[in-house]
Design a protein around this ligand. Structure first.
Ligand code: PM9
Length: 461
């Protein structure tokens, strides 16, 4: 057999297992009804395969667990902080580090430091917590992602790219001084885990340099983005993930990071910047919201695990297996004719609920209904990423009606086997075969902020 056709397997073996409770369809019917048809409100023990999120759900390595015993829990100047700072400088190249309890802690600090009331914050598609912090700081998010990102069937290899024409229009309309910074997510979560190309980052850097605008990355899934650059972009096939990650960061002025994804830890995040003045403002702000600037809401042991996780996340073999597992599930669903977002992204499969359930109108929450149905079928827990996640326009009070109405099957890192992927695929296929029977939902409780987390629904008759 030729080498290219040979099977691959994960570059690790399993040392400990977590036993799961098996449930019946009747038990799951009851559980999802009690949870108001919101998978966030299910009890974890009632879930068989948990694809709610890849956030904080990774399996840590033995090295990371060993590091947990090296926690220096001093209030100030913990040695684990300095180790984390070194890892951030080595792998990402940023000068200054401000740890935070998780990604949104960093988003809050960055938004408060850099956004003035009335500012515009362009970004390559919104992310829920990121946009909310921008709005709470008085800014208005403006979407500058390329149009292809909003089309679930477009095969563009870098659907996360920033449309420089759209950005230029904003700069001409409002003036560069009104732009706080350009927020670039790598990969773009709500577009389906779609990457940004290196070429696009380079061009963005040239454009923003000309206009004196800063570029801040949301580098939550940067290693996955780097993998796609390695696989798809000319000139990068022979470069390591580590080298690509460092080059990407080099075109930006700083970043927010949720360590709960790429960095393979259960909690933690940071803000990293190159500008000393921004660092000083941010390290002053962090003591108000998170903790001293040398721990920022993280225990010493968690900083130690994150430093090791950052190093593990940029290993080529790790990333090949991580994205390879997502692609394996994607291929299986595609073969069965299931409508999913293409190309398959880095952290999960996104079912296209508009094409899956064309008989349910968007304001009857098709993606929310589909996630609930999948749970009842097999105990697989997914997440809505459509109209519920999009929330309401703060000026008009109407729902935002996003073009993408998706259910995300998010794959935790190093947690499930290929056999779990087969079970997931068969369950999605079963729901698809019986899709005509799926009914829409009515929202009966709507919280003010980030409603997708806690909203409750009832089934329409
Ligand atoms: N993402 C996710 O499941 C967890 C919260 S929303 C259910 O995808 C990006 C691109 C994210 C992200 C979290 C955050 C916030 C920022 N940017 O959750 O606060 O995907 O650590 O990070 C989630 P934290």
């Amino acid at each position: 057999m030729s080498l290219s056709k040979r099977s691959w397997a994960e570059p690790f073996k399993i040392k400990m297992v977590e036993l799961l409770k098996m449930t019946t369809p009747a038990q799951r019917q009851k559980a999802i009804k009690e949870a108001g048809y919101n998978t966030f409100l299910l009890k974890s023990e009632d879930v068989y395969i948990d694809l709610l999120t890849d956030s904080g759900t990774s399996a840590m390595s033995d090295q990371q667990w060993a590091g947990m015993m090296l926690g220096d829990e001093a209030y100030a100047g913990s040695k684990n902080f300095y180790k984390l700072e070194k890892a951030v400088q080595k792998y990402y190249g940023y000068k200054y580090l401000i740890p935070t309890h998780q990604g949104r802690g960093a988003e809050n600090i960055l938004s408060q430091v850099m956004i003035k009331k009335g500012d515009i914050v362009p970004g390559n598609m919104y992310f829920t917590t990121t946009r909310l912090h921008q709005e709470l700081a008085g800014g208005t998010f403006a979407d500058v992602i390329i149009d292809e990102a909003h089309d679930s069937e477009s095969l563009h290899p870098f659907k996360g790219n920033v449309d420089l024409g759209k950005l230029d229009k904003l700069v001409k309309k409002y003036g560069a001084k009104k732009i706080s910074y350009v927020c670039v997510a790598v990969t773009v979560n709500l577009a389906g885990g779609q990457p940004v190309s290196m070429q696009n980052l380079k061009e963005l850097r040239q454009y923003t340099n000309k206009h004196g605008i800063k570029v801040m990355l949301d580098m939550t899934r940067i290693a996955e983005n780097a993998y796609f650059i390695q696989q798809r972009e000319k000139g990068y096939a022979k470069k390591s993930i580590a080298a690509i990650v460092k080059e990407m960061c080099g075109y930006t002025d700083g970043a927010t990071f949720s360590g709960k994804k790429d960095a393979l830890v259960n909690i933690g995040g940071f803000l990293a910047v190159n500008d000393k003045d921004i660092y000083e403002d941010a390290s002053n702000m962090v003591v108000v919201y998170e903790g001293l600037h040398t721990y920022g809401g993280m225990a010493g042991r968690d900083m130690e695990a994150m430093a090791t996780g950052i190093e593990e996340s940029v290993q080529d073999e790790h990333m090949k297996a991580r994205v390879g597992q997502v692609l394996y599930l994607g291929d299986s669903l595609l073969e069965a004719g299931i409508p999913i977002v293409l190309p398959v992204g880095g952290h999960g499969i996104f079912l296209d609920a508009k094409r899956f359930l064309p008989h349910i109108k968007q304001d009857q929450f098709p993606a929310q209904a589909l996630a609930a149905e999948l749970y009842v079928d097999s105990g697989v827990r997914a997440m809505e990423r459509g109209i519920v996640s999009a929330g309401r326009n703060k000026k008009t009070g109407d729902h935002y009606y996003p073009k993408l109405e998706l259910v995300r099957l998010t794959i935790p890192r190093r947690v499930y086997t290929q056999a779990h992927m087969d079970v997931i695929s068969e369950s999605v296929q079963h729901v698809y075969e019986h899709r005509d029977k799926v009914k829409g939902l009515k929202m009966v409780y709507e919280p003010k902020y980030l409603r997708f987390f806690q909203a409750r629904f009832e089934k329409l008759k």
